[in-house]
Design a protein. Structure first.
Length: 179
């Protein structure tokens, strides 16, 4: 009897994990997968509320900080607000290539956006991309508030709950490349 219980337990474990075996997608997503990846990216970004902005400092070291982004535009352009005197502004001027990292709210997946950043300092944009809760941080908003516009080159998404899996050999998630 103990042997049959062990056998049944092993079968149970094997059948439990079969749905997760062999499911992967190529790194470059096909059209159907691209739509799924883009939809998942939007869902994760909306649920995340914050992201990590990764830049390079003057010595070539990565610098990471939490940001309060706006939701992406249709083409996945991302807008952020910052202090014009912050280190990230100097870093972006020297190295405009940046990454954004969004963790899914239940930690089951993530989005990485690789793109080119631009510093924007115009009244119309600053009015459009402003959050009232930022007022305490920018008492002299006209001089200290600056926008960061990130134009995506590509996004990668991994989300087990949405059926988007990384390559089992390279662990690279599906990627959508923007023109």
């Amino acid at each position: 009897m103990p042997t049959s219980k062990k056998f049944i337990s092993v079968l149970f474990v094997v059948f439990l994990f079969i749905p997760f075996c062999g499911y992967s997608q190529p790194a470059e997503a096909n059209d159907t997968t691209q739509n799924k990846v883009i939809l998942a990216a939007r869902e994760i970004i909306q649920a995340a509320h914050t992201c990590a902005l990764i830049t390079l400092d003057e010595e070539g070291n990565t610098r990471v900080r939490t940001m309060d982004p706006f939701l992406p535009e249709e083409n996945f352009t991302i807008w952020l607000g910052t202090n014009a005197n912050s280190r990230k502004v100097k870093q972006i001027k020297k190295h405009p290539e940046v990454s954004l990292y969004y963790l899914d709210s239940d930690a089951s997946g993530y989005v990485v956006i690789q793109g080119t950043s631009e510093l924007i300092n115009d009244k119309k944009g600053k009015k459009k991309w402003w959050k009232k809760e930022w007022e305490a941080f920018y008492p002299n908003k006209a001089e200290t508030f600056l926008l960061i516009k990130i134009t995506p080159k590509w996004i990668e998404v991994s989300s087990n709950t949405r059926g988007i899996y990384s390559d089992p050999h390279t662990w690279q998630p599906p990627r959508v490349v923007f023109e």
